[in-house]
Design a binder for this molecule. Sequence first.
Ligand code: SF4
Length: 375
Amino acid sequence: MTDNSLGIYIHIPFCERKCRYCDFLSFSADDREKEKYADALIRETDECECEGQSVDTVFFGGGTPTVLPTELTLKIMEKIREKFKVTPDAEITTECNPKTADKEKLTAYKKAGFNRISIGLQSAREDELKVLGRIHDFKDFTECFSAAREAGFENINIDLMMGLPGQDFKIFSETLDKVTKFDPEHISVYSLILEEGTPLEKNIENFDPLPNEDEERKIYHGTVKALEDKGFHRYEISNFAKKGYECRHNLKYWELKDYRGFGIGAASFLKGKRFSNTKDIGKYMSAEDVKKLREDIHTPDQRELMGEFMFLGLRKTDGIRVSDFRKLFRADIEDVFGEVINKQMREKTLKKTPDGFALTDRGIDVSNFVLADYV
Ligand code: SF4
């Protein structure tokens, strides 16, 4: 992996049906609209200012990238290879909804160089999948996982969601038990967030009560232990991997590395500048100049970037390295954040590591507050 290689993110905003809790940029579309969108994506890639740059991670996210007809996905991937120097060892991931990827599709992806699949399962319990409004059941997942293995994928992530209505650790551990039997390389566990205006939020009183904060902490602690017992190590607050299978693309976000996002709403961080594309699909598809797609252009100042370095880097369980801070900012971390660091060490939410600082378990429990101290 080259240290200054770029990460590429491709946003595919289409889903067969909206899940009840979802407030992501996603909607349904017919094949004609998908084709037009893929053309616009290819045009944006074609006009990208980073032409010829080395790329060592590519991530197709959404939405549901696997609802795109396979030939369109392959066309986009081909364009990426044409415009950039995709390194031979690049990590190339696609997110995948279990209902929308069969062996034929996955085999075609593998042939095109995809080497990592991230399957959005969320729960192994049918009642929870119904509450979430997912389009798949657990059997769809088992078929999809086997198809991915048969297609040759040796790096598979499973996305899970905890903190669902009526859940306690005993209930969640059923999902963990079932999922770990498949022996994936990576598992992500995020908490359900009740986003305002979503059908789940509006009708939440019709469901079992959500676990309270204490219960949710118990589920999280139980999850960490259960996954560690099965050989997964927690390398980020919500991410667990077998050794060597940490997601290199996501690590770029946490380590302030450059990435370029293509597609509606996609965010980029390039040479110290942040920007996002328009979320308006009509505008995106008809834009004459891709530079006009950009909104929220912002060049963070040095102090802001230092805060981001801490805020994002401390999400990793290894934390941040003092030498990285010095190299990036030509400043001593203690001079900038000495006061916050000392306070957090006294509160036992932060600890010293051999080469820097990391959150303690207690710090992880209250990470929203601890990390907010840096911004
Ligand atoms: S599959 Fe993902 S992006 Fe699509 S509706 Fe469900 S949660 Fe949203």
